[in-house]
Design a protein around this ligand. Structure first.
Ligand code: MG
Length: 349
C-alpha cells in the first residue's frame, strides 16, 4: 500500500461522499433509490420493517492503536446487522454517518469504507445514504440498518414462556478475551515499541473481537428446520445482561446451567493464562454477537445436536427468578446485570 496522504479538505464534503459511494450498485429489490437524492427510497410491500441504530466513538468503543480501520468499518456494519437478525429479520439497507477530525486522511477513510463495503457485500445489504461531518477530535461512526420480515415471523424479546428452552449460538467470552489480549500487547508496545506482539495461537480470539460475524447462518438454520424462536436477543453486553432482558420483557424466570455454557478452547486457554474465570468473560464480557433465544420444548427434536447452537437451560415462572445453576454443587446464584461498560474497558464490579 502506498503511503500517500490526501487531505480531506482537498475534496470537500460532497467530493468525499461521491468518492466513497460512486461504485455502489444497489442489489436489493426493496432499494428503489440509494445515495444521490435528499432521501433514499425503499419499497416494502406486505412486510414488517425493522430499524436499528448504533453509534461507535473513538476512545470509548474502539482504540485505533490496535483496531485497523478496515476492521472497524466491517464491525460497525456487523453489529447493526446482528440486531436485525435478532428480530428474525433480513437486513437490506444501511446508512452510515461519520464525524472525522483532520488527523484522518482520505486514504484512512478509504480503508474504513473498504470494511464497510465488504460487510455490505457479504451480507447482501445496500448502503443507501448517510452523512459526513467534521469533529474536533477523533472518529465517530453511526450506522442505521433496515431489514424486513414477514408479519408472523417477527421475534421480540417478550415472547418467552415457562418450559421454553434457552438456547445460544456459537461460543461465548471469546471477544472479551480477544480484547484483553489486544490491551495487554498494547501496554507492552507502549513500553517498548520494538516489541513484536505475542498473539501466538490466539487468532480466533482476535477475530472475535475485531471482526465479529452476525449469525445469519443461525437464522437460516432455524427457518430451514421450521423452528421459530419464541423470543430472541443478540449478545452485545454479555450473556447475563441479555438473559435478564429476555426474562424481564417476557415476565419469566430462568435456569441457566453453568456447565452448558459453550467456550472455544482458545477462550479457556487464554483465560487460564491471564487468570480470568472464563465464566466471567461469558456472563459479563460482551461483544460476542451471538444469538440468545428461546424455543418451545416441542421443537427440541428439531434443534438437538445442532452444531450451531447449545441449549443452556430453560425458562421458569417469574417468581423463581433468573438463576445460574453452578456445575458440581448445583447451587442457584441469581444472575446480575453487570454487563459491559466500554468506557471503563473492563467488567463492572
Ligand atoms: Mg441487540
Amino acid at each position: 500500500m502506498s503511503n500517500q496522504k490526501t487531505e480531506l479538505s482537498d475534496l470537500g464534503e460532497f467530493g468525499l461522499i461521491k468518492h466513497l459511494t460512486n461504485k455502489i450498485e444497489l442489489q436489493n429489490e426493496s432499494s428503489i433509490k440509494g445515495v444521490g437524492d435528499d432521501c433514499a427510497v425503499l419499497n416494502y410491500p406486505n412486510k414488517r420493517v425493522v430499524v436499528t441504530t448504533d453509534m461507535l466513538t473513538e476512545g470509548i468503543h474502539f482504540n485505533l492503536m490496535y483496531v485497523p480501520l478496515k476492521h472497524l468499518g466491517y464491525k460497525s456494519i456487523a453489529v447493526n446487522l446482528s440486531d436485525v437478525y435478532a428480530m428474525n429479520a433480513t437486513p437490506k439497507q444501511v446508512t452510515v454517518s461519520i464525524a472525522l477530525s483532520s488527523k484522518f486522511s482520505l486514504e484512512a477513510i478509504e480503508q474504513l469504507y473498504q470494511g464497510i463495503h465488504l460487510a455490505c457485500q457479504h451480507y447482501g445489504v445496500d448502503l443507501v445514504g448517510g452523512d459526513t461531518t467534521s469533529s474536533l477530535t477523533g472518529l465517530t461512526i453511526s450506522v442505521t440498518a433496515i431489514g424486513e420480515v414477514d408479519e408472523d415471523k417477527v421475534v421480540y424479546r417478550c415472547g418467552a414462556k415457562p418450559t421454553n428452552l434457552l438456547c445460544v449460538s456459537g461460543d461465548l467470552g471469546g471477544a472479551y478475551m480477544g480484547l484483553q489480549l489486544l490491551e495487554r500487547e498494547n501496554e507492552v508496545f507502549k513500553v517498548d515499541p520494538n516489541m513484536k506482539p505475542q498473539f501466538k495461537e490466539y487468532d480466533y480470539l482476535l477475530e472475535r473481537q475485531l471482526k465479529p460475524e452476525p449469525r445469519r447462518d443461525v437464522i437460516k438454520m432455524l427457518a430451514d428446520n421450521n423452528v421459530c424462536p419464541t423470543s430472541m436477543i443478540d449478545i452485545s453486553d454479555g450473556l447475563s445482561s441479555e438473559i435478564l432482558h429476555l426474562c424481564e420483557e417476557s415476565s419469566v424466570g430462568c435456569r441457566l446451567y453453568e456447565d452448558k455454557i459453550p467456550y472455544h478452547p482458545n477462550t479457556q486457554d487464554l483465560a487460564q493464562e491471564m487468570n480470568i474465570n472464563p465464566i466471567v468473560a461469558a456472563l459479563n464480557g460482551g461483544e460476542d454477537y451471538e444469538l440468545l433465544f428461546t424455543v418451545d420444548i416441542k421443537d427440541y427434536e428439531r434443534i438437538k445436536n445442532n452444531p450451531l447452537i447449545t441449549v443452556l437451560g430453560h425458562i421458569t415462572e417469574a417468581q423463581e427468578g433468573a438463576n445460574l445453576v453452578t456445575a458440581g454443587m448445583g447451587k442457584f446464584i441469581p444472575l446480575e446485570a453487570q454487563g459491559w461498560n466500554p468506557m471503563m474497558n473492563k467488567i463492572e464490579e
